[in-house]
Design a protein around this ligand. Structure first.
Ligand code: FE2
Ligand code: FE2
Length: 179
């Protein structure tokens, strides 16, 4: 498998989550309410899986390696755009969390803000994924030898192994802070 393989497999799970969010969004519009626990689950997925685990491998390994390569202006431009989009995703998730807290505390006007953040996520993420799958991953692969590509793949596996520990350490730390 090429290094981009696991990233593309992860894109497929992110797409499934986005399609669930899309269904929930249409429920919000017809029922004018949402289960805040659903938002918690979606936020955990976005933060831990899409951002930390998936964007983590892209930024900390693939993009790091690409920064040492003689990228074409176009590839460099797209890579910077992708990094910006990761930041935008984080900001949107932060707004979503803030709106969900207000909603949970009884502020019904927060529902529109929740819907707006969810709408942004389902619109921008598929475009981001498509840009990586169809444009950036194929063209960036050309900068690596097979050996370099396999080395990244091995580093991806090591990175993933750390994630489950990081996740549950943060769960315990969060609970300890509440005590
Ligand atoms: Fe990305
Ligand atoms: Fe990605």
């Amino acid at each position: 498998m090429q290094a981009r393989g696991p990233l593309m497999i992860e894109h497929r799970l992110i797409e499934q989550m986005l399609s669930i969010i899309e269904d929930v969004l249409s429920n919000i519009r017809s029922n004018h309410k949402i289960d805040p626990v659903f938002v918690d689950i979606a936020v955990d997925f976005i933060r831990m899986y899409a951002d930390r685990t998936h964007h983590g491998k892209e930024e900390d390994i693939l993009f790091r390696e690409l920064k040492n390569k003689p990228l074409s202006d176009e590839d460099r431009r797209i890579m910077n755009e992708l990094i910006e989009e990761h930041v935008y995703g984080r900001r949107t998730t932060q707004s979503l969390v803030a709106a969900n807290t207000r909603y949970r505390n009884g502020d019904e006007t927060a529902l529109d803000d929740i819907a707006e953040s969810l709408q942004i996520l389902i619109e921008f993420y598929p475009r981001h994924i498509e840009k990586e799958d169809k444009v950036f991953f194929p063209s960036s692969r050309d900068y690596f030898t097979d050996e370099e590509d396999q080395k990244m793949l091995a580093e991806f596996r090591e990175f993933d192994q750390r994630m489950i520990h990081e996740k549950y350490t943060s769960v315990v730390d969060g609970l300890k802070r509440q005590q």
